[in-house]
Design a protein around this ligand. Structure first.
Ligand SMILES: [Zn+2]
Length: 305
């Protein structure tokens, strides 16, 4: 089944649900980044969370960036989504190989370490909205729950899962957010707590061929649900030669002069999709000339590149 995300709510409007199946997306990310399983599971969880968060975006060109900055061996983890659930991301260290945790699972908390979760929502307005919380677990799902509680005052149940086979291949991946709207009564809250107590891991729910709709019905039994919409989830990068040129331009005159003086061709690799862009010395000189013309001397480009 193709990856997709789904928005739903209970008929009374008190509970909002975002859910996604992301198996192909995570498998693709693992392949292009050549990741070891621990790194793939960590990035897979963040990509899945981003895919579900895309359900909160409405306008074109709006994006959400989820960034995990820990002090563990994986380094930072980054995932970006747009309003069409196109996701992309990377981890700083694709080759994390640490022992399984006490539960026999990939030790994502150990790979991530201590640090911060940043969620950057860019609605195409002047300034993006940046929410930042301390990591409370490093397992990512708990951290996202904490983010929604602390930064957006929205009680959220988060389940994220990536199942890896013995051969290292991704068997399935997906996630569920269940959010309580303001004014939810005590009855609803205790009912939901029971549902969550009984909820198996999302990777167990994702049996082959099973639809997200029936998984949500299974997780929230006895409530009338309204399925609002679905969107395909894809791993898609938006890099281009022009974008890479802009990144070079944003290096500033001093760095560009050094590159030009180097006199060699320069290879830039996109962090998100590993596409290589080669710039000849003459092209570097052209970019330098443009930088001087525009007097672009501000350092610090954007994430792509
Ligand atoms: Zn790219």
């Amino acid at each position: 089944m193709k990856d997709y995300m789904l928005r739903a709510m209970t008929k009374d409007g008190q509970i909002r649900i975002y859910a996604a199946i992301t198996t192909e997306t995570v498998a693709y990310a693992k392949e292009i980044h050549d990741m070891y399983p621990t790194s793939a599971v960590a990035l897979g969880r963040v990509l899945t969370a981003a895919a579900m968060m895309s359900g909160t975006l409405k306008s074109d060109k709006s994006t959400i960036t989820v960034q995990i900055k820990g002090d563990g061996p994986i380094g930072s983890i980054l995932a970006v989504t747009d309003n069409n659930s196109n996701v992309r991301g990377y981890v700083q260290n694709p080759y994390v190989d640490i022992p399984l945790n006490d539960n026999g699972k990939f030790d994502i908390a150990g790979a991530v370490g201590e640090g911060y979760l940043n969620v950057i929502t860019d609605l195409g307005l002047k300034e993006p909205y940046i929410g930042r919380v301390k990591l409370v677990s490093g397992e990512i799902a708990e951290d996202i729950t904490y983010y929604y509680a602390a930064s957006e005052q929205t009680p959220t149940v988060t389940s994220l899962g990536v199942l890896v086979g013995r051969d290292g291949n991704i068997i399935n991946a997906g996630g569920i957010f269940i959010q309580l709207m303001p004014g939810t009564g005590e009855d609803d809250i205790s009912w939901l707590e029971k549902c969550v107590e009984n909820m198996p891991p999302v990777t167990k729910l994702l049996e082959p061929g099973k639809k997200i709709e029936s998984i949500i019905e299974e997780v929230l039994p006895g409530r009338e649900l309204v399925f609002l919409d679905t969107r395909p989830v894809r791993y898609q990068c938006n890099c281009s030669r022009e974008r890479m040129e802009r990144n070079l331009l944003s290096l500033g005159i001093k760095d560009l002069e050094e590159l030009a003086a180097d006199g060699k061709e320069q290879e830039l690799v996109c962090h998100f999709c590993r596409t290589k862009y080669v710039f000849q010395p003459s092209e570097i000189s052209d970019i330098l000339a443009r930088a001087k013309q525009a007097d672009v001397s501000e350092p610090g480009g954007h994430a792509e590149g």
